[in-house]
Design a protein around this ligand. Structure first.
Ligand SMILES: Nc1ncnc2c1ncn2[C@@H]1O[C@H](COP(=O)(O)OP(=O)(O)OP(=O)(O)O)[C@@H](O)[C@H]1O
Length: 442
């Protein structure tokens, strides 16, 4: 209907544009390293120079105060990306770096360590400058700097973020500055609080989010142009589409490049079924019939709109089931809390719309219910989203179960498109047949 289309559109646009919120969510959720089996790809500016990588933090010859900070955070050894990135960032003379890897692989920890090692605490001026796309992301990175520098109190940190007003010409004493592009630019140019000529490390974090925000790209480039040529430039991004790449090349001259590819998801280990119903209510009944079977593991239920998700969560609750609802009108903090609880297993079922959970990794989910099938704005099958919802990477390749609810010719059509696209047959499931339901959960 007109209504549901526009509703899903609003939710879609509010979150699609809000890459920053997604990024913040992932940061809040990743309280430890994400497992990846993919190899790191390293492209050196000088292909003849030996490639250094480290397996321990000791090999980096960090100051004791810093090593203590690293161990105090519970890090035992460098992550995959850190093995190569750290030696490059700490090399003499300094090397420029562009690094791309998914959220939770240790990028932030890596450049924070690099900044802290570069600082000369006896010099009371800004030496390292880090820019992040939003206020919240800047605060989040600031926290990591404070935590890692806990045993190195001579090094001070300043936040160049809105609301932090300093007088024109006031000279900053802090050696590290973290902030958003607009404020950092003001501090460097108009207010002259930072002398950009004295910056020796420049970090551009979350480049993909940065360029998605109006104006940030230009501001970042203007900041970069004020820095001395020999300043070390470091750029990090979770994704690497062409636009990010073009931007990266403009702000990081002569870069070394490190990439950690995301693992491909496949449908190979997934049992896929469809259930035939006549309307939403019948889909609900069918869902209740298989509820016992699906809640042996953790399940996610996807609906097309916020309204359906809200309705479904309420109906399931009325039936006495404990479910969590992740919805578009929630704040980032609220969403983070819900995802965190679900991750910890406090709730076994999470009802959500696709938009809300796009790009958020919840690896342990082994049952996915498509209460509504994923479709694009023209009403065709959204194969990519289908794969993201139910696919598994090699690493988390345990068996999974996907159940698709069909209640119209249109949704049957989408299902057929999905079958054809992946060249995989999706079997019919009779939810009144207890033996059959028994089978799917084994
Ligand atoms: N070497 C390490 N050993 C153990 N844990 C680590 C290590 N490096 C980072 N971590 C932890 O792993 C989590 C993810 O790291 P980090 O935030 O640096 O990743 P990221 O790639 O920057 O991801 P995001 O872009 O989402 O912040 C954090 O909780 C961090 O404290």
């Amino acid at each position: 209907t007109q209504n549901s289309t526009s509703e899903s559109f609003t939710c879609h646009s509010c979150l699609l544009e809000d890459k920053a919120a997604q990024s913040l969510l992932n940061k809040m959720i990743h309280t430890s390293l994400v497992n990846t089996t993919n190899q790191v790809e390293v492209l050196q500016r000088d292909p003849n120079s030996p490639l250094y990588s480290v397996k321990t933090f000791e090999e980096l010859r960090l100051k004791d105060k810093l090593l203590k900070g690293v161990y105090d955070m519970g890090f035992n050894r460098p992550s995959k990306i850190q093995e190569n990135a750290l030696p490059m960032m700490l090399a003499e003379p300094p090397q420029n770096l562009i690094a791309q890897s998914q959220s939770g692989t240790g990028k932030t920890a890596a450049f924070v360590l690099a900044m802290l090692s570069h600082v000369d605490p006896t010099n009371k001026w800004a030496q390292c400058l880090c820019i992040a796309p939003t206020y919240e992301l800047a605060l989040q990175t600031g926290k990591v700097i404070e935590q890692m520098g806990k045993f190195y109190p001579e090094v001070k940190l300043a936040y160049a973020i809105r609301g932090n007003k300093l007088d024109r010409g006031a000279k900053l004493q802090e050696q590290i500055v973290i902030g958003t592009p607009g404020t950092v630019l003001d501090w460097c140019s108009k207010l002259k609080i930072i002398n950009p000529k004295k910056i020796s490390v420049f970090v551009l974090d979350e480049a993909d989010v940065m360029i998605a925000t109006q104006g940030h790209q230009d501001q970042s480039i203007r900041i970069q142009r004020m820095l001395p040529k020999e300043c070390q430039m470091l750029l990090f991004s979770a994704t690497f589409e062409d636009s990010v790449w073009k931007f990266a090349e403009r702000v990081v001259p002569d870069p070394n490049i490190i990439k950690l590819k995301r693992e491909e998801e496949t449908l190979d280990t997934i049992k896929q079924y469809y259930v035939l119903c006549s309307d939403k209510e019948e889909k609900f009944t069918a869902l209740c019939n298989i509820y016992g079977a699906i809640t042996i593991a953790q399940a996610m239920i996807f609906c097309h709109t916020r309204r359906t998700a809200g309705w479904l969560a309420a109906e399931l609750t009325k039936e006495g089931h404990v479910v969590a609802l992740l919805s578009g009108e929630m704040t980032v903090e609220q969403r983070a809390t819900i995802i965190e609880r679900f991750r910890e297993g406090k709730e076994k079922v999470l009802v959500t719309t696709n938009v809300c959970s796009r790009g958020i990794d919840v690896e342990q989910v082994s049952v996915v219910i498509n209460f509504d099938l994923p479709m694009d704005k023209d009403g065709n099958a959204d194969n990519e989203t289908y794969l993201h919802r139910i696919g598994r990477t090699g690493r988390f390749g345990k068996r999974g179960l996907a159940v698709n609810m069909i209640d119209s010719k249109h949704s049957m059509n989408i299902l057929n498109q999905i079958e054809e696209h992946f060249n995989k047959k999706i079997n019919k499931l009779d939810t009144d047949d207890l033996d059959e339901i028994e089978k799917i959960s084994n």
